[in-house]
Each structure stands twice: as structure tokens, then as C-alpha cells.
Design a protein around this ligand. Sequence first.
Ligand SMILES: C[S@@+](CC[C@H](N)C(=O)[O-])C[C@H]1O[C@@H](n2cnc3c(N)ncnc32)[C@H](O)[C@@H]1O
Length: 210
Amino acid sequence: MSGKRDTRVRRSWNRNAPWYDRCMRHYDRLLVGDGRSWVCAQAGWKVLEVAVGTGLNLPHYPAGAEVIGVDLSPEMLERARPRAAASPAAVTLVEASAMALPFSDAHFGTVVCTLALCCMSDERAAIREMHRVLRPGGRLLLLDHIPSTSLPVRAVQRLAVPLLMTVSSDYRPRRPLLLVEQTGFSVTRRERYCLGMMECIAAVKEPAGA
Ligand SMILES: C[S@@+](CC[C@H](N)C(=O)[O-])C[C@H]1O[C@@H](n2cnc3c(N)ncnc32)[C@H](O)[C@@H]1O
């Protein structure tokens, strides 16, 4: 089931790839603000970035970090290549689904995912996979837009859903916080900004049996 949905999602992101960066210039300025540097500044040395897209986070990682970026869409990854080459970190790009990460258990010290859980076909499975590949004590860093704390803004967000579904076939506004807590992470930091529309989460994978 999620295989078919992933095929649809891949197709929509392959289609979006040529204009994504242009559109994100405005989106990042208006909504994301310092979110990308907030996330990357907390990443350790062995990092997995899930749904890396065109690599807009890659300039923000510290020098010396080792980053593997995965994405479902080969067209998005193609556009990430120049940023991977120019990044202060050592970056490898891999085509893979967040729901079936091709890495062994407890392989990474940090998992990063920005602006992508909102368009995955199964965000619960994706967070489970992020948990699996993190070593105990490893850090999960998320940034996403969520339903606003302001009622009028929430109404506008609801009206925008059909439009956003034409961009990404599986788009839905989600609330990752609860899922993160249910999956065996301890949330260490959470910040909401931009009328509560943007959420940054830092969480730690609890040791087994904790
Ligand atoms: C809105 S873009 C975000 C890209 C990037 N993280 C950023 O912050 O600019 C969403 C990305 O999620 C990717 N994606 C969606 N579902 C995925 C999945 N199941 N596995 C891996 N990547 C996925 C899409 O291909 C796309 O590149």
C-alpha cells in the first residue's frame, strides 16, 4: 500500500524539483527563518538527513560532520548534488524511502528531517525507522509546519490543503510531537514560532528498557 503511495509521492516531487528552490527562497524567508541553522547546529558528526530534497540544509552543517542524505525523488537528489559538493560536511546522497531506510540499527548519532513529515505517506512508519537507525542516546531533530495556534491562521491553512495536495500528493498537516513521544524518544526541546505554524523538535532516543 505505502509502495503505491510512495510511487505517487516520488512522481509529484520529481515534477516539483525544477521550481522547488525558487519557491523555497520566499518560504524560508517568511516562515522558516533560522530553523535550518537551529537544526543543523545541533547535529553531531554521524548524521542521517531523511528527505534531504534539494539539500537546502547542507550549507548549515558543521565542517567535519559526516552526513548521509536520503530522498525518494531522484530529481530532487540531482539538485542536491552541487550543495553536497559545496557543503562544509562530507555528504553522501542515497535514493531511498524514509519508511525503509537501508541502514542497520543504531547506525547514526543524529537524524534530521525538515519540512517533509507533512508530505510522507506514512509518517508513523518514518519516525519508527528514524528511531531504529539512531543509536541509544542519539538525537532526533525535526522542523515542520503544523496547524497554527491562531484560529484564523488555522482556517487559512485548512483552505490551503487542496492546493498543497496538488504539489505533494500525500500532503496533510500533521502533529509529529505526539508520535515522537510515543515512539520511544524523550523530547528535550520544542519551539513554536511564526504564529505557532512552525515547530522545531529536539528529542533523544531513550536507551532500551528506559
Ligand atoms: C517539502 S520537501 C522538503 C525537502 C527538504 N527536507 C527541505 O527542508 O527543503 C519534501 C521532500 O520529502 C521527500 N519525500 C517524501 N516522501 C518521502 C519518503 N517516503 N522517503 C524519502 N523522502 C520522501 C520528497 O521527495 C521531497 O524531496
